[in-house]
Ligand binder design. Structure first.
Ligand code: COA
Length: 449
């Protein structure tokens, strides 16, 4: 007998993904994958996942590599490439093979993105792909006496042209090829193309889908997060972890980390290194709490700051379930918009994971700590405490002498943090008028002065 799929698991999984779906909608993400990925039977999984990201409102630029295909094409043409420092010298004869191989890879990707058979994950996906002369190249030049011929560097990215396509709902596909104003064609490193496009677009994310297992720690497990200085120093400081990788994989990982650091220095806030060998790694990285790869960030992954009008959606996402449970008083979107400057939030990788608000009543020199909420996945790690202390600090700065809070379910939490019980008629006058006797919240007070 067929086992019924567990519908509850599915619903829970979908609901848990919701905050990430909201957080990534409308964001610009550059995804790089190598030519190796295109050759694998499982490539259609990656393509399906990419199409799904597009359907979920992510603005996508794909950059593909073509190393194995170029290698094979040059063999067919009886051309043996020379490499220096890992970089191919592209002679005038070789560039023809590069063009053929890159063109073929591009067509394979375009054809896969065009699939839409019923009963497949691509049914009704209708992905519209655009490629073009978005990247201007220049010769890598002559270095240490070696002429790299038609191996090039990215000179400029036409960010406006790419943005225009993204604004029209197109998926942009870029190849490791660039054109010069003199009309020449240059062979580029796909990693550099992806990095420079991400920098030029001020992309929200750059994702390297790697052939290796990625950056690993001493136990051989993927490392979750590195800040910029750590990413820059990783290979110098963690030789032991690298020793688990083959020489080629270590070189590849180091080069991706160097590109990640470069992207961060150029203003890309988050670079993800994920392994292609995990099925669904792109989706898992973006739509689950901890992801499966390594995140390199230019700034703190998590930060506390004052809220802005752009945080309304994220705050509502966080507090609505708590309002429904009766833990927080209901606030309309309009009220939240009016009060947004009273709010402080903790943002983690683009998602609001905690918030609190401060309302001051100057006549009584009293204030209210309101709407303190931490997302259930992120509770019990001191965030509630951190926010409360920050609100207290704000209140002291405004010369408040006492702080009130109203709670229905968290009384002990506040009692353990220096609050004591008070009567509703001790609240500031303006707040008393709003006190909801039906809700019967406990009034708690803390002396600040
Ligand atoms: C209350 C709340 C903000 C705490 O956030 P948090 O980040 O988990 O808090 P912290 O990590 O700083 O504190 C965790 C401690 O509080 C305790 N705690 C959590 N909820 C509690 C509650 N309802 N009553 C008493 N203690 C509680 C935990 O057991 C933990 O104790 P420990 O330090 O002894 O292990 C969070 O649980 C929340 O959002 N609750 C729902 C909204 C709410 O009720 N807000 C208050 C009304 S304004």
């Amino acid at each position: 007998m067929n086992k019924m799929p567990d519908i509850n698991d599915h619903v829970t999984w979908f609901r848990n993904s919701a905050p990430y779906i909201h957080a990534h909608r409308g964001k610009t993400v550059v995804v790089l994958f190598g030519g190796e990925a295109v050759e694998q039977e499982s490539f259609h999984h990656l393509i399906n996942d990419i199409a799904l990201l597009g359907s979920l409102g992510v603005r996508l630029v794909l950059v593909h590599g073509a190393r194995p295909q170029i290698e094979r094409q040059l063999e067919t043409l009886n051309i043996k490439s020379k490499f220096f420092e890992g970089l191919r010298i592209t002679t005038p004869e070789a560039i023809l093979g590069v063009e053929q191989a890159v063109g073929q890879v591009r067509m394979t990707i375009e054809s896969q993105l065009s699939m839409g058979l019923p009963n497949t994950p691509m049914a009704d996906a209708s992905v519209s792909v655009v490629s073009g002369n978005f990247v201007t190249a220049q010769p890598y030049g002559i270095r240490e006496g070696i002429d790299y011929c038609q191996t090039g560097n990215v000179r400029k990215v036409d960010a406006d042209a790419i943005k225009q396509q993204l604004d029209h709902g197109k998926l942009v596909l870029a190849s490791p090829i660039g054109y010069s104003p003199t009309g020449e064609i240059f062979n580029l490193r796909a990693e550099d193309v992806a990095t420079d496009i991400a920098i030029a677009l001020h992309a929200d994310k750059l994702i390297f889908v790697m052939e290796t297992i990625g950056v690993i720690n001493g136990d051989g497990r993927p490392l979750q997060q590195l800040n910029l200085p750590q990413a820059e120093q990783w290979f110098k400081q963690h030789g032991k972890a690298n020793a688990r990788l083959s020489e080629e994989d270590a070189r590849d990982t180091q080069s991706h980390l160097d590109n990640a650091a470069h992207a961060c220095r150029g203003g890309v806030r988050r670079v993800h290194l994920v392994s292609r060998n995990i099925d669904g790694s792109l989706l898992l990285e973006l739509y689950t709490r901890d992801g499966v790869g390594t995140l390199v960030t230019a700034d703190n992954y998590e930060g506390l700051r004052l809220a802005t009008i752009r945080d309304i959606g994220g705050i509502l996402e966080l507090i609505t379930p708590l309002e429904e449970q009766g833990a927080l008083v209901k606030r309309s979107r309009e009220q939240l918009e009016l009060d947004i400057h009273n709010f402080t939030v903790i943002e983690r990788d683009g998602m609001i994971v905690a918030c609190a608000a401060l309302f001051c009543f100057d006549i009584e020199k009293a204030c209210e700590l309101a709407c303190l909420a931490v997302h259930p996945d992120y509770q019990e790690h001191g965030r509630g405490n951190e926010l409360m202390q920050h609100i207290e600090w704000q209140a002291r700065k405004q010369h408040m002498e006492q702080m009130f809070t109203l709670t229905t379910q968290t009384m002990h939490w506040f009692l353990e943090r220096g609050f004591s019980e008070a009567d509703p008629d001790e609240l500031p006058m303006e707040k008393q008028a709003l006190y909801n006797y039906q809700r019967n919240s406990k009034v708690l007070r803390k002396q600040l002065g």
